[in-house]
Design a protein around this ligand. Structure first.
Ligand SMILES: N[C@@H](CCC(=O)N[C@@H](CS)C(=O)NCC(=O)O)C(=O)O
Length: 243
């Protein structure tokens, strides 16, 4: 509609309805409640970039506690970013959002295969990101940045090294995390790994496949457009808080 209003001063009912019918299945843009530093938000922004889905960013400042306001809690009782709005759908959790975006706007299913067995392997690695990679960032950054606690249990760094070992093992079985081609599981893990490495640098000798995989992903246009500067900004914030 926005495009029509801009290009035709007084669009006739016929023009409008023809436009709407023709564009019924095309993406008209989504809304993304977001904070740029957040790894899960970066995953969704990269997915939009990959799929050419225009998105309107609505900033949610966690430091100002925007996420605890009643109107935001109505959208997401878990008070986390990101939240996606697409028409009448309101969706939280970056992994659910990425899967939805590929299913709805993907030209094909390669980023999130429809084949149930292939999809199961992508889901497995998305759940690996939810249950292993992201919590191992949060276990350090929350006490450090939000609670102002400088005494990080050294075991938290061992947990990160263990996670690198898991990634290395996955990459010795397939070229990418879930298959021999890139999927949204790699995109989700990319945003986590580019923050984990700010907490514990990745030893290229110990984790050669992980290092090569990460270098390759960092060179993609979606990473450069939507991840790089924001991951760097979070890394700088982490460094400021480290003892
Ligand atoms: N599994 C969720 C995690 C989202 C999440 O925890 N986001 C953090 C920012 S990185 C957040 O909003 N934290 C605020 C809070 O937990 O209150 C996802 O992937 O979207």
């Amino acid at each position: 509609m926005h495009i029509l209003v801009e290009s035709c001063e007084t669009p006739s009912v016929t023009v409008v309805s023809t436009y709407l019918i023709k564009n019924k299945n095309k993406n008209m843009g989504v809304k993304l409640y977001s904070m740029d530093l957040s790894p899960p938000v970066r995953s969704v922004m990269m997915t939009c970039d990959i799929l050419n889905v225009p998105f309107e960013k609505i900033p949610v400042n966690l430091f100002e506690q925007d996420h605890l306001k009643p109107e935001y809690l109505k959208k997401n009782p878990l008070h986390t970013v990101p939240v996606l709005e697409d028409g009448n759908l309101t969706l939280h959790d970056s992994h659910a959002i990425m899967a939805y975006l590929v299913d709805t706007y993907g030209k094909d299913d390669s980023w999130y295969p429809k084949d149930v067995k292939k999809r199961a392997l992508v889901n497995q690695k998305l759940f690996f990101n939810i249950s292993i990679l992201f919590p191992r960032i949060r276990n350090i950054t929350y006490p450090l940045i939000i609670e102002g606690n400088k005494n990080i249990d050294p075991k938290r760094y061992d947990d990160i090294a263990e996670a690198y070992g898991f990634v290395e093992e996955f990459l010795s079985r397939t070229t990418y995390l879930a298959a021999d081609h890139i999927t949204i599981a790699d995109v989700a893990a990319l945003s986590s790994m580019t923050t984990l490495e700010a907490l514990l640098p990745i030893d290229a000798k110990k984790y050669p496949k992980t290092t090569a995989w990460l270098t390759n992903l960092k060179n993609t246009s979606f990473s450069k457009n939507q991840n790089e500067s924001r991951a760097t900004a979070l890394a700088e914030l982490i460094k400021k808080h480290l003892p």
